[in-house]
Design a protein around this ligand. Structure first.
Ligand code: ATP
Ligand code: MG
Length: 391
């Protein structure tokens, strides 16, 4: 069973309005908007299917980049590449982006595309045009707003080049938005799966987006549940659970659409006459435990050293440093019963990050990517400790 995307057009239109045509109270959004929500709750889907179209409908040029698309890549390079691509399209006569812009804003460019006073290929390269300069030219020629959306923006933290890129974006925002008669604004929207880290971007004085606004990503709720139930009703028949029970199960599974579909699929496999409302809560509970388990099994599969490193990080409240100190190496060696050297730890750390289990928080600091997985790890440790005490 699968379900078509449930659109949240009204929510998207409202957000687009607040970003692009802010009332007095919403003008702080011009400093940047960060949306934080846990993993797999539909952040990317909302951006792609609802928010981007809503922003474009109001005439904005939207540039989207997902820093999680390639976890090992340099985040600054990913952002620069997305910007070069979009600006390249603006230069190309007849490109889709240019056509849409002309049709929405009524911009008169004749047949030509944009022409920039800098070499696009050098954007993001040492000595190349600054982002502030590049976007000022875009705003002036397009006579409209530019919105840069960075999905999983927390991955830019803890990278020298990522930090520099965030500061360059802040400089861009300040250069464009403070002009008294600017024909458009530069808006920055970031999303992230780790609330604390996303908030850090906006609140800490040392971060680039001091003054920006942080919101919780609006989770899918009862309307989505009803939409899904209406779609699966023909297949489930009498085994269709009630809206109330399904909503509670959806909540218990962390508002994750995929988990809901899995749970409904389990119901479908049960014999005719099964009382769905009795069984769905149990199924939901089992599935959410299983989801975190899969992630923990990935750690196990990477070997004993990976487990020891992961444990050390969890033991430090998800913001660990000093993973290579003599102390740390001695502790790994004791756990594994053999000598462990720093390069080995480095390699394992690379694997854990490649699997999206760990991420860099700041330079030299590491944390668990998914807070639910970290919580599951703690629960498991408590269970193990209890069993050891009992035996
Ligand atoms: N509005 C929706 N209607 C139907 N399915 C949805 C909707 N939003 C999300 N989903 C489904 O939920 C899953 C997760 O969605 P998505 O990748 O957008 O979440 P995310 O929060 O960006 O996840 P991640 O933390 O991995 O980046 C996908 O399989 C997607 O198809
Ligand atoms: Mg996503």
């Amino acid at each position: 069973m699968s379900t078509a995307t449930y659109h949240r057009s009204a929510l998207a239109a409202q957000m687009a309005q607040q970003l692009l045509r802010p009332s007095f109270l919403d003008t702080s959004l011009r400093s940047g908007l960060f949306l934080s929500g846990q993993r797999r709750v539909g952040k990317t889907t909302f951006l792609a299917s609802d928010l981007i179209p809503a922003l474009e409908a109001l005439g904005a040029v939207v540039i989207y980049v997902d820093l999680w698309s390639q976890p090992q890549a340099n985040p600054a390079e990913l952002v620069h590449a997305a910007i070069r691509k979009a600006l390249g399209e603006l230069q190309a006569p007849g490109s889709g982006l240019l056509k849409r812009l002309k049709s929405v804003t009524g911009l008169d460019l004749g047949v030509a595309g944009f022409s920039f006073g800098f070499k696009l290929a050098e954007l993001g390269k040492p000595g190349g045009v600054s982002l502030a300069q590049a976007f000022t030219e875009v705003v002036d020629q397009a006579q409209t707003d530019v919105v840069l959306i960075v999905d999983e923006v927390q991955h830019a933290l803890g990278h020298t080049e990522g930090d520099a890129m965030l500061h360059a974006l802040k400089a861009t925002r300040d250069a464009i938005n403070t002009r008294p008669a600017t024909p458009g604004h530069f808006l920055f929207v970031g999303t992230g799966s780790h609330r604390a880290r996303v908030q850090e971007l906006a609140v800490k004085g040392n971060q680039a987006f001091n003054g920006a606004v942080t919101h919780e990503f609006p989770l899918l709720g009862r309307e989505f549940v009803d939409h899904v139930l209406a779609q699966v009703q023909p297949q489930l028949g009498d085994k269709t659970p009630s809206g109330e029970v399904t909503e509670a199960a959806f909540r218990a599974m962390g508002h994750r659409p995929e988990e809901l579909m899995k749970a409904l699929n389990v119901l479908r496999g049960l014999p005719v006459g099964t009382d769905a409302n009795t069984h769905l809560p149990t199924i939901a509970q089992a599935l959410s435990a299983a989801a975190a388990d899969i992630e923990l099994q990935k750690v196990e599969a990477l070997g004993a050293l990976a487990e020891a490193v992961f444990a050390r990080i969890c033991g430090m409240d998800g913001d660990a440093r000093g993973l290579f100190t003599t102390d740390a190496l001695r502790a790994y060696s004791a756990t594994l019963g053999r000598d462990v050297a720093a390069p080995e730890v480095q390699a394992v750390l690379g694997q854990l990050m490649g699997a999206n289990l760990l991420m860099r928080v700041r330079h030299g600091h590491y944390g668990v990517t998914d807070p639910l997985v970290e919580a599951a790890w703690r629960e498991r440790q408590q269970a193990i400790a209890l069993m050891q005490r009992a035996s």
